[in-house]
Design a binder for this molecule. Structure first.
Ligand code: ADP
Ligand code: ASP
Ligand code: MG
Length: 456
């Protein structure tokens, strides 16, 4: 068995869905299990209509719901088969009626909880799984939509739920392999449920994670992430024009890149895959003939120290100065206790004698964090910063990477530096507006002579 995950752009239109059918058909011999994201920008649109409804703009929310129904009918109904069209059309209409009901409820309540956000967002993947299964059947491939919420069990942290593996794996192992022997199972990514059946989601971009959980649960031979680029590239192609494909990369490197902003892979994807030693491959659904990026436990030797450069924007730097002269014993403990209590992960950290700087991505509880820090320290906050992160297993063995990095940056002001924690990563913070320029300069510096064994 292999797991094939198709992202939103891979199913954004009737033409894209047709390409997916051809890709799946060509791999039927490997017993594919398909995981699919919501079509195109559906998740954003669903969350937006939930916000509209809860803020009292009910009619706008319902109009957007109707527009999304039209989009699904226009792009999602299989062209050839009249029976499939009829059945799926009814399925879509029934679900959009239900969604409209939910939006009316939110408008009455005037409140949007994480739990109801998940309930609304879940429609995207519930519908796309039905759409893709029907499209496959319409193309003559036996397929069956499976509700992932019956199989993937999570905790109750709505919008960011974590899987409970001891409950999830046995369900997957029991249900999926027999089904995959008869048909192509099509599961919606991203969505899951608590043990008592309340809908949750795994966090934005979480369909990659679903693919890895499913792959690990059924002992797949490979987990394929089909997307809209040729693989993991040496930088975000939106920032660097000549970014190259990385042919092969280690789990550790891929995980760091994903964590520090390479959106092509959800950061949690690597965990279940590496635990069961299942290779992950990133592929382009528009150009399926390209071999993509293979992610494995041990990457082959590479002449270059850096494999790829990631960038995470919208970062906030918090500076904490001890109001006593020296950092008293227990100072760091008190600081981290606050971030921990507020469930706010810290990404980078730098310390001096009397101060600590750290970066956070999630500012939902920043006000509370600052208020508590101010009880024993002076606090400064700077928003709109960016982390730039060079990743490569070789960084640790190559002298001079830091000198080349900061040399290449020219006049760009560096706000904070961190190296050494993982040895394969050199990260620093710049102002958000300088991030693109920094990434381009570094790309030029480190990929002048790329090793042809590793880069395309
Ligand atoms: P999907 O909808 O298939 O999950 P995503 O939009 O989540 O796709 O991820 C693919 C996008 O990630 C690419 O279109 C690209 O813009 C972005 N990206 C950022 N960094 C990288 C990188 N290093 N390599 C490849 N793509 C990257
Ligand atoms: N549809 C979800 C999102 O947009 C999950 C995913 O695409 O991976 O975040
Ligand atoms: Mg994605």
């Amino acid at each position: 068995m292999i797991v094939m995950k198709f992202g939103g752009t891979s199913v954004e239109s009737a033409a894209a869905i047709e390409r997916v059918s051809a890709i799946v058909r060509a791999r039927l011999g490997q017993r594919p299990v398909v995981v699919v994201s919501a079509m195109g920008r559906t998740t954003n649109r669903l969350l937006e209509m939930a916000r509209l409804a809860a803020s009292g703009r009910r009619d706008e929310a319902l109009a957007e719901c109707e527009a999304l129904r039209h989009f699904h009918r226009a792009q999602g109904l299989p062209p050839a088969d009249p029976r499939e069209r009829e059945d799926l059309g009814q399925y879509l209409d029934a679900h959009f009626r239900e969604l409209a009901e939910l939006l009316r409820g939110l408008a009455v309540l005037g409140e949007l909880t994480p739990r109801s956000m998940d309930a609304v967002a879940s429609y995207g993947e519930r519908l796309s799984a039905a759409v893709l299964a029907a499209a496959l059947r319409g193309a003559g491939i036996p397929a069956e939509a499976v509700d992932s919420r019956r199989l993937i069990v999570t905790d109750r942290r709505f919008t960011q739920a974590a899987p409970l593996y001891e409950l999830t794996y046995p369900r997957l192992a029991r249900e999926i392999p027999p089904l995959a022997g008869r048909v192509v199972p099509v599961l919606g990514g991203f969505i899951a449920a608590t043990e008592d059946g309340v809908t949750t989601t795994l966090g934005r971009g979480g369909s990659d994670f679903t693919a890895a959980i499913v792959g690990a649960g059924i002992g797949a031979r490979e987990i394929q992430i089909w997307t809209d680029v040729d693989g993991m590239l040496t930088a975000d192609p939106n920032l660097v024009e000549g970014a190259r494909r990385v042919k092969i990369i280690s789990f550790d490197e891929a995980a760091e890149l994903a964590y520090f902003g390479a959106k092509v892979l959800h950061p949690a994807t690597v965990l279940p895959a590496r635990e069961r030693n299942i290779p992950v491959r990133i592929l382009n659904s528009r150009r399926p003939e390209i071999p993509g990026t293979l992610i494995v436990e041990q990457a082959p030797p590479c002449r270059n120290p850096v494999k790829s450069i990631a960038c995470k924007r919208g970062i906030t730097v918090v500076d904490v100065h001890s109001t006593r002269m020296l950092m008293a014993h227990g100072f760091l403990h008190r600081i981290f206790e606050i971030f921990d209590d507020c469930q706010t992960p810290v990404d980078l950290l730098a310390t001096s004698e009397v101060s600590v700087s750290l970066t956070i991505d999630n500012t939902a509880r920043l006000g509370e964090i600052c208020a508590r820090l101010r009880q024993f320290a002076e606090v400064g906050v700077e928003q709109d910063q960016a982390i730039v992160c060079l990743v490569g297993d070789n960084i640790r063995y190559t002298p001079g990477v830091a000198a080349r990095t900061f040399g290449a940056l020219g006049g760009i002001n560096v706000r904070m530096i961190s190296q050494g924690a993982s040895l394969r990563n050199l990260s620093f913070v710049v102002a958000g507006e300088d991030a693109a320029r920094a990434v381009r300069a570094l790309h030029q510096e480190f990929f002048r002579d790329p090793d042809p064994e590793v880069f395309e």
